[in-house]
Design a protein around this ligand. Structure first.
Ligand SMILES: Nc1ncnc2c1ncn2[C@@H]1O[C@H](COP(=O)(O)OP(=O)(O)OP(=O)(O)O)[C@@H](O)[C@H]1O
Ligand SMILES: [Mg+2]
Length: 214
């Protein structure tokens, strides 16, 4: 569905554990959207702005003995997100441009909530503060077994501060994602990411067509 200047752009997010294929599929989705007449901005979290990318580097770096507390991690995620919403996401959507983001607030519920154990109510209060009236129109949850995802990213070499977590952490992240998808079926689509690229892309295209997005 081509977007005119007056029409609000769509906000589409990609979620899933490490190695699920978010970055890989983002390229495919962007190409498909552009082919079908959308104007598209691709972005990611944490990051998406100069400040956000600086926060990302801090959050992903190994900190040695100087552990980042769970609350600090959550607040930094939302500080980066606040800048991202104000500088990139909202202005583009308002200009009729479709924003495709690799991760958004669902990642905070899954990682800082499910993974780290911060109460969901705390995360919801930050969500209410930072983007009370902005939610993704569609969230594609790329789901696969934790071991498969970690095996895929393992081939990438050096692991970041999150990738160095235990299996149990990622199991909690994955199951939090699945719970959120079950609770909000109108926003989420679960994509079985434990398949080859062509099958996953066919599935994503079918979902976007079913929802009259492309
Ligand atoms: N369906 C697939 N089958 C096999 N390998 C895949 C598949 N999708 C992606 N990969 C490979 O797995 C690795 C991780 O994929 P990708 O970087 O897209 O995951 P990601 O979800 O963005 O991970 P991260 O959260 O760590 O950024 C890459 O090397 C990619 O080429
Ligand atoms: Mg990625």
């Amino acid at each position: 569905m081509p977007q005119s200047g007056q029409q609000r752009g769509l906000f589409i997010t990609l979620e899933g554990i490490e190695g699920a294929g978010k970055s890989t599929q983002q390229e495919y989705i962007a190409r498909l959207l552009i082919q079908r007449g959308h104007r598209v901005v691709q972005t990611r979290e944490p990051g998406g702005t100069a400040l956000g990318e600086a926060i990302r580097s801090t959050l992903l770096a190994h900190t040695g003995n100087h552990a980042i507390s769970h609350d600090t991690e959550l607040l930094l995620m939302f500080a980066a997100r606040c800048q991202h919403v104000d500088e990139i996401i909202r202005p583009n959507i308002e200009a009729g441009i479709t924003v495709l983001s690799d991760r958004f607030t669902d990642s905070s519920f899954a990682y800082q909530g499910g993974g780290r154990g911060i109460a969901a109510g705390r995360i919801r209060s930050l969500q209410q503060w930072v983007h009370p009236d902005l939610n993704p129109d569609l969230t594609l949850l790329l789901d696969l077994p934790v071991a498969t995802g970690l095996e895929r990213v393992g081939r990438r070499g050096e692991s970041d501060r999150f990738e160095a977590e235990e299996l149990e952490f990622f199991e909690a992240v994955r199951s939090t994602y699945l719970d959120m998808a079950a609770a909000e079926p109108q926003r989420f689509e679960i994509i079985d990411a434990n398949r080859n690229l062509a099958e996953i892309q066919d599935n994503i295209r079918a979902v976007l067509e079913k929802r009259a997005i492309v």
